[in-house]
Structures are given as structure tokens and as C-alpha cells.
Design a protein around this ligand. Structure first.
Ligand SMILES: [Zn+2]
Length: 266
């Protein structure tokens, strides 16, 4: 029997309104419970070649692990706001199984990212959740990716913009879908950057793209989520960042704070 979970819908009137962190924590805790119930007894898989047709699910252990780590920032971390911009969800989009609503799916992404970024003292939270028009729900070209982050209403200096779309095409390989991208505005490649996620993304894709945001290139470490090569071992639950990558991220994090590119919440 399908598990019914909370789904929030926000209109344009919520734009620029900052939600209280405790509201978000309460909602996300409820969502975590739904994740447990809706992902029981399944397994996880990963790999770009699996972007089409297949789905992700979590094992029972994995779901329980998520339930205890669901986004709640530790006082020892510095909090960075994410401005979510999301298009209406199309029913034809197949998200990883067990993550049948945006809230479940987003919670999984944030939970994984926060678990991995805790090492450098960073925690992400939802600063605001803004609607995007359906006309922007399919990203097929470079120009469309660039246009997403332009416009005054989409710039929040000090925080990270995260765009959620229904389809994100590989601009280098025709008729191929990808799960996420860290995108730079060609006019200001260092200063104006954002993350775009497709709803087909598995749970660690946000962490991967934020890894790019924090200065990481792709790598060949078997344990690293920055290694895009499909492989069976180690299992996805054991993958994260390696020590050398954490060193780069720490340096980059200090640099972004110094320049004001990212401003932790007080
Ligand atoms: Zn990448």
C-alpha cells in the first residue's frame, strides 16, 4: 500500500519569504518517517549509464540511517542556505523509487549532502523554496542552463541557488539525460554559479554537485562520489569524499567565506 507523505505547494506569494529553521526541521522529520515506510526492503544502485529506465531505492538499513540524519544542522557546523527553485513536477517523471514526492526526494539529497559535508563543518538548509515556470522544466541547451541563473530574483549572494527540473539533457551527447550539473555563467565563471538537479537524480547527486561547488573536479578514487565511472564496489552507501578531496574543499570553503561568495547563517 502506498505511503502518504506531506507535500508542500507554494505559490508566488512565498517568494522572498524566509522560513524559520525549526519549521523546516519539523517537516523534514515527518518526511524522514515516510522515507522509512516507503523504501522498505529495496536496494540502491548508481551510475550514469543507469540514468534512464532504472530507479533507485534504499535498503531498510539505509532508510533507517537516513531517518537519524535527516537535515538538522549540528551546532558545530556553519549553515549555508539553499534557495530552491523548482518547476512543477510532471507525473511522467520517474524519480528514484520510494522518493515519489519532491519532499522525500529533496530530503534524501540534503541528508546525504549534510552527512558528507559535516567533515568540513558545513550544513545546508532550505532558505526558501520558490516556483519556476513549467517552461523551464526541460533543460536541453547551454543557453537554457545559463538563463536559469540570470535575472535579479534568482541571485542571492552568500547562498547557493539550486534549480530542480524534470529533464536535464547532456549538452555534449545527443538525446542523453543526466542527473545534475554545477553550472557557471559564461560571463562570470567564478562569481555566478549554481546547481541544477533533475528529479531522476539519486540521493548523492546533490552532494556530488556541491563537491564541484566547493572546488572539486571529477576524480578516480574508487570511494569518491566524484568518480563518475560506473562500478559495483564499494557500494554506494560507502562512497563519499576522500581525504585529499576534503583538503581541497576546506581550502575552497575558507576562500568562499573570505570573499563573501558564501555567507554562513548567523
Ligand atoms: Zn560532476
Amino acid at each position: 500500500m502506498p505511503t502518504k507523505c506531506i507535500t508542500r505547494h507554494r505559490g508566488a506569494s512565498s517568494q522572498n519569504r524566509v522560513r524559520h529553521p525549526s519549521d523546516i526541521h519539523l517537516t523534514l522529520s515527518a518526511i524522514a518517517l515516510c522515507v522509512i515506510l516507503s523504501t522498505w526492503g529495496k536496494t540502491e544502485a548508481w551510475g550514469k549509464t543507469e540514468a534512464r529506465g532504472k530507479t533507485e531505492a534504499w535498503s531498510k538499513t539505509e532508510a533507517l540511517r537516513h531517518s537519524t540524519r535527516t537535515p538538522k544542522c549540528s551546532p558545530k557546523t556553519e549553515r549555508i542556505g539553499l534557495f530552491i527553485h523548482r518547476t512543477p513536477r510532471l507525473s511522467s517523471v520517474s524519480s528514484p523509487s520510494g522518493l515519489s514526492t519532491d519532499d522525500l526526494w529533496l530530503t534524501a539529497q540534503l541528508t546525504e549532502a549534510n552527512a558528507l559535508f559535516r567533515e568540513i563543518g558545513v550544513c545546508f538548509y532550505i532558505q526558501d523554496d520558490l516556483p519556476l515556470p513549467i517552461s523551464e522544466s526541460v533543460m536541453a541547451t547551454r543557453a537554457q542552463r545559463t538563463a536559469l541563473g540570470r535575472g535579479k530574483r534568482r541571485l542571492h549572494r552568500g547562498q547557493i541557488e539550486l534549480f530542480i527540473v524534470n529533464r536535464l539533457e547532456d549538452v555534449d551527447v545527443e538525446d542523453t539525460e543526466i542527473r545534475g550539473v554545477h553550472w557557471r555563467d559564461p560571463r562570470d565563471r567564478k562569481g555566478r554559479r549554481w546547481v541544477i538537479l533533475s528529479r531522476i537524480a539519486r540521493a548523492k547527486v546533490l552532494a556530488h554537485e556541491l563537491g564541484h561547488y566547493f572546488g572539486l573536479p571529477h576524480s578516480k578514487y574508487l570511494r569518491s562520489i566524484m568518480n563518475k565511472k560506473p562500478r559495483r564496489s564499494p557500494p554506494m552507501k560507502d562512497r563519499g569524499f576522500v581525504d585529499d578531496e576534503y583538503k581541497i574543499m576546506k581550502r575552497f570553503w575558507r576562500k568562499m567565506k573570505r570573499s563573501g561568495h558564501l555567507k554562513p547563517a548567523s
